[in-house]
Design a protein around this ligand. Structure first.
Ligand SMILES: [Zn+2]
Length: 609
């Protein structure tokens, strides 16, 4: 008794029978009807999506005696010969085992002659990416000018391994994974044709395992059929395919999220007692977390179509109870654990440790929530808010912020600022008091309103200055104290840079700056460095910037070497001469040589000494 596996028995013989791949099928059918079939066609896609099947149907359609038609007739001599694998004009070559130049030479020899019984000779090379570079080269010329009586069909799972010179000579068709709905429908039809009743849950499991590959789906269905029953339940499939019950996985996911170690460990034990494969088990668990995160993202519904409606409702409910950040953090922990498990001598222990870690990690409070709570508090929020934020856990809001949000913009800004204010809670003060929050608010003011003229200097420097008793207004009015040219010149350049980069650069080239009465003296040893700045409209702009920044009306005065003796304010040598000396300093020259560099800019003057 000979048994034909489903994958062969159910192989499509016409375009209409192909599962999925509608756009590709439609294009191929049109090319036949319009007599515009390319002489070299390349099908790519993952295993079992119909690459060689489509190539064979194409071969039949091209050679069909009743063609051209949308589908091969499957009754003429040519069609029958191809179906039986007996056509003399169809060469099917496995690229993996015939990969050398010799095989390609033989092939070229064969196609020199006209077809024996059909209209065309058709060459199908499967796994074409396995050919050697020499073999590909030998094919190039033929592909460029193929004989009129020859068609090439290539199939590959690894498109990137095919030389670009070959790719550019082929018409390419990319086959997609078959959608779960289509694959499920196909498998159900096959089961019904075999007189087998299959539960929807069982079918869903097979489809999920097949992962978009029709051949994998058929092999799994075959395996389940061999189980012998005429009615197949979900449990049968779980048992036959060695899967972990979805229920157990869901129970475990819920336990991990709801910090329930007992259920989590029981679920793990249950999977072990069934002798489940740990790798597959963790993959399923990761899949659950992925689904939960997708549930959180609006518009991702179609990415979840391998999950049944019933399960989807469960996922949605679970996802609604936790923030995206929490789900993300737990997924990250799980992924790390799975990675560790892979290299561990004690995989079960490794995964148990990971579960503990996940359970112990508490929920993440989104940054936005924390900030809005802070705002409420600062705006004289209710006592309830305060207890929510701090007193409940016995720590102050500020320390919570610090602990939970090390990467938050507020914290980041704080550490970067020279005048960073320590926000940690003061041990002598009651937890939850509003006082330590003030710096955070100020840091935010600074962040949100740099234009308002509040520089880091304007912030009080010590926490002592910030202590405000709860009765007082928690946001004290900040006196903008006077900025000075001497101290804040670099900040001024930064201020200008935000408005005009070149002006800032030229201002920075000044050898020294000095405030003298109502004048701002800019010393330039090299007049070329301030040519543009000295233009009237630019001077006007800078004067405005100075007024805005320093809150002082100062008139610009450029001091150049030939203009007055002021050009050398402090040094005995002129800056220009000093620059020349520096540029020719043996140490500088040697450094430039070692680093193969050039001297870009020489700055002299009090600021750079
Ligand atoms: Zn035919």
């Amino acid at each position: 008794m000979s048994y034909l596996v489903l994958a062969r028995k159910a192989r499509p013989q016409t375009f209409d029978e192909v599962v999925g791949q509608r756009p590709v099928v439609k294009t191929l059918q049109n090319s036949i009807l319009r007599d515009r079939v390319a002489h070299a066609i390349l099908f790519s896609g993952v295993r079992g999506v119909g690459k060689t099947t489509l190539a064979r149907i194409m071969a039949k359609a091209i050679n069909c005696e009743h063609g051209p038609a949308q589908n091969p007739c499957n009754t003429c001599k040519s069609c029958l010969a191809i179906t039986a694998g007996a056509s003399l004009d169809l060469y099917e070559i496995d690229g993996a085992s015939n990969r050398g130049i010799q095989e390609i030479r033989e092939l070229k020899e064969k196609i020199r002659f006209l077809p024996t019984s059909s209209k065309y000779k058709i060459i199908i090379i499967d796994e074409v990416h396995m050919l050697t570079p020499e073999a590909f080269n030998a094919l190039l010329k033929t592909l460029e000018e193929p004989p009129a009586h020859v068609y090439f069909m290539f199939a590959t799972t690894e498109l990137h391994k095919i030389p670009i010179t070959i790719l550019s000579r082929c018409q390419r068709y990319e086959l997609k994974r078959v959608a779960p709905v289509e694959l499920g429908g196909h498998l159900r039809n096959l089961a019904e044709a075999d007189g087998v009743q299959i539960e929807q849950g069982a079918l869903d499991l097979i489809v999920r395992e097949a992962d978009g590959s029709v051949r994998d789906g058929l092999s799994l269905l075959d395996q389940v059929f061999s189980f012998g029953e005429k009615e197949i339940s979900t449990d049968d499939v779980i048992q036959v395919l060695g899967l972990v019950s979805r229920e157990v996985i869901l129970k475990l996911t819920r336990a991990l999220l709801e910090q329930d170690p007992v259920t989590a460990f029981q679920a793990l034990d249950e999977t072990f007692s069934y002798g489940m494969d740990l790798k597959r088990f963790t993959a399923d668990l990761l899949g659950c977390f992925r689904a939960l995160i997708l549930c959180k993202i609006k518009g991702c519904d179609e990415l979840l179509d391998d999950i049944s409606q019933q399960e989807l409702a469960l996922f949605q409910e679970l996802a609604d109870n936790h923030s995206t950040q929490t789900l993300h953090m737990k997924l990250t922990l799980l992924m790390q654990g799975v990675e560790e498990m892979r290299y561990s001598g004690q995989p079960r222990l490794a995964i148990e440790t990971t579960f503990l870690k996940i359970i112990q990690s508490s929920d993440v409070i989104p940054v936005a929530t924390l900030l809005s709570r802070l705002d409420t508090l600062l705006a004289g929020g209710s006592q309830q808010d305060r207890s929510q934020m701090g007193e409940g856990t016995g720590e102050s809001v500020s320390s919570m912020v610090k602990k939970k949000l090390p990467q938050s913009p507020v914290a980041d800004k704080k550490t970067k600022s020279k005048q960073a204010v320590e926000v940690n809670s003061q041990p002598e003060k009651p937890a939850g008091s509003a006082a330590p929050l003030v710096p955070t608010e100020q840091a935010r003011t600074e962040q949100h309103a740099p234009e308002a003229g509040i520089s880091p200097d304007d912030l009080p420097a010590t926490p002592a200055e910030l202590q405000v008793s709860p009765d007082e207004n928690p946001t004290p009015h900040i006196e903008p104290h006077q900025r000075s040219v001497r101290r804040d010149w670099m900040d001024f350049i930064a201020y200008v840079r935000e408005r005009s980069v070149w002006m800032a650069q030229d201002l920075q080239r000044a050898d020294s700056v000095k405030e003298q009465g109502t004048e701002l003296l800019l010393h330039y040893a090299d007049p070329a460095n301030c040519t543009l700045l000295r233009k009237d409209d630019t001077q006007k702009k800078i004067t405005e910037f100075v007024l805005d920044f320093f809150q002082k009306e100062l008139s610009l005065h450029f001091v150049l070497p030939d203009q007055s003796s002021e050009a050398t304010p402090e040094g005995s040598e002129s800056p220009l001469k000093e620059r020349h000396l520096l540029a020719n300093d043996p140490l500088v020259l040697m450094t430039a040589e070692i680093f193969n560099g050039q001297i870009g800019d020489i700055r002299v003057g009090p600021r750079f000494r």
